[in-house]
Design a protein around this ligand. Structure first.
Ligand code: IMP
Ligand code: MG
Length: 185
C-alpha cells in the first residue's frame, strides 16, 4: 500500500518508546566499548539489510579504530510458529570473513529465527571471531534459543517503527523508536 496521506502516516506513530537522546547515548557507549575490545584486530561490521542501516551508520561513527563495513540481505521462509525454515541469502557480503573479527549489527532480535540461521551460516565460514550486537531485543517473542552478545535496549512485545525499522517499508526514517498504532486501535 502506498501511504501518501500525511495524516494517516502520522496516526501510525503511537508514542515514542526510545528517544533520540537515549539512542545516541547508548550507541556512543557501545562504540567506545567496541573500539576498546577490537583495537589492533581486523574488524568487520556486518549489517543485515535493511532494518539495521541507521543503527550501523550511527554506530560506525562512534568507533574510533579502523574497521570495514559489509552488508548482507536475507529472506526467511517460516511457517506458523515452527522454528524450522529456510533462510535465503539474497545479497551476500563481499569480504572473505575468515580474515576478520566479525560483528553482526542487527536492528532487532524478535523470534530469533533469521539471525540464528545467518549466524550459523557465517560461523561455517570460520571468521576469526563472531559476535552479535543488536539495537533492540524482544525476548518475550523468542521461539529459538538465540541471544545477542550485546543488546542496547530490551523492549516489550510491541511492534515498533523508526530508526531503520519499518511497517510496510514506511517509517524507517523516523529519528527515534516509536510504537506502531494499528488502524482502529
Ligand atoms: P526474527 O528475529 O527472525 O523474528 O526477525 C527479525 C526481523 O523481523 C527483524 O530483523 C526485523 O526486520 C523484523 N521485525 C521484528 N520485530 C519488528 C518490529 O517490532 N518492528 C519492525 N520490524 C520487526
Ligand atoms: Mg532486520
Amino acid at each position: 500500500m502506498l501511504l501518501t496521506d500525511k495524516q494517516l502516516y502520522e496516526e501510525g506513530i503511537k508514542n515514542v518508546l526510545i528517544s533520540e537522546d537515549d539512542l545516541r547515548a547508548a550507541i556512543a557507549d557501545c562504540g567506545r566499548q567496541i573500539s576498546e575490545d577490537y583495537e589492533g584486530k581486523p574488524l568487520l561490521l556486518l549489517s543485515i539489510l535493511k532494518g539495521a542501516f541507521v543503527f550501523l551508520s550511527d554506530l560506525c561513527r562512534e568507533i574510533t579504530i579502523p574497521c570495514e563495513i559489509g552488508f548482507m540481505a536475507a529472506k526467511s521462509y517460516f511457517e506458523g510458529t515452527s522454528s524450522s525454515g529456510e533462510v535465503e541469502i539474497t545479497y551476500d557480503v563481499i569480504q572473505d570473513i575468515s580474515r576478520y573479527h566479525v560483528i553482526i549489527v542487527e536492528d532487532i532480535v524478535d523470534t530469533g529465527r533469521t539471525l540464528s540461521k545467518v549466524y550459523d551460516m557465517l560461523l561455517d565460514r570460520k571468521p576469526l571471531s563472531l559476535k552479535v550486537v543488536t539495537l533492540l531485543d524482544k525476548p518475550d517473542r523468542r521461539v529459538v534459543d538465540f541471544d545477542a552478545d550485546v543488546s542496547l535496549f530490551t523492549i516489550p512485545d510491541r511492534f515498533v517503527i523508526g530508526y531503520g525499522l519499518d511497517c510496510g517499508e514506511y517509517y524507517r526514517n523516523l529519528p527515534y523508536i516509536a510504537e506502531y498504532k494499528q488502524r482502529g486501535e
